[in-house]
Design a protein around this ligand. Sequence first.
Ligand code: ABU
Length: 378
Amino acid sequence: MRYSAAVNSWNEWDPLQEIVVGSADNACFEPTEPGSRPAIRDSPDTPFPTGPKSKEAIERANEELAGLAALLDSQGITVRRPEPHDFSAPVRTPGFEVENQYCAVCPRDVMITMGNEIIEATMSRRARYFEYEPYRKLVYEYWNADPRVEWTTAPKPSMRDGMYREEFWEWPLEQRHARMHSFEFCVGQDEVVFDAADMSRLGRDILVQESMTTNRAGIRWLRRHLEPRGFRVHTVHFPLDFFPSHIDCTFVPLRPGLVLTNPERPLREGEEKMFLANGWELVDAPQPVLGNDEMPKYCQSSKWLSMNVLSMSPTKVICEEREKPLQDLLAKLDFEVFTVPFRHVFEYGGSLHCATWDVRREGICEDYFPALRYEPLV
Ligand code: ABU
């Protein structure tokens, strides 16, 4: 019998064997920079704090992350954690300076497994430039353990001022609405830019969202890298999301043939065709229990963190403890639903999917879109 590689994950749902769960140790507030304008929810005119998060905020998040790790462990899944990193250290490169870094709560934003390959994203924000570092020891371990494991670091962008379109942040909502079909955000199009969490894996087919954190050059780079390896890369858009960043609160594949969709962020017209023509069902998530106004005050993500679930298998899914309407829907769809409290992690920009990076799942590369016609770049 041939064992699967030390790194092996082709989709978002196959039975999970090994996963990295993030850590809030040494987390800092995300600084204001051209790719990010953090604001306090109930007091947008008060300057956003800088430097380290409070000990209490870190402990609360770490407790919930440990609860997730314990649940995964109880299901026989190997859980790994990032290495400590000094996020309070400033970063200075020839192109930019930033006063502090961010955190290692959301490995999903940085790292992605594409079959037997680990890809480190370019990242889109200065404070996250070195966010691969807490995972490097693990990457070396996997890479040393198995010659089938490939490891790719995507080209680092300069992150100079000129890479960004800073006026984006000043556009009023009406202007954004008028421009919603042009998909121009705070990153320009000259350099390769992507966050790993803008991708979703469905066997041979990879979705990439064009967003504030992934530009068209980033998607071109991904196509040129992945197509020769047998993948088909599909760009997707959600024109009613005026601040799109990371696909996993918008379009969440749960098992072959089923995607959990965001009722406020429909796919661009025409992009649903590949799903419908291949017998997939798109099911809207219910409204989250917390409204946008009720999210933690330093949280920069939307209420749709509710749908940021983590699949342990095609029949077992982990959902935030208080999201009862979503739990009920998932149960109706024949999932065994596990729950953990995760509200304190929201402050760090993610929920259960964001706060993890699956390294090994059972299974092989499958084609779930047999009726698809695809034009490769070359
Ligand atoms: N990091 C995921 C955030 C996505 C959202 O706010 O909808």
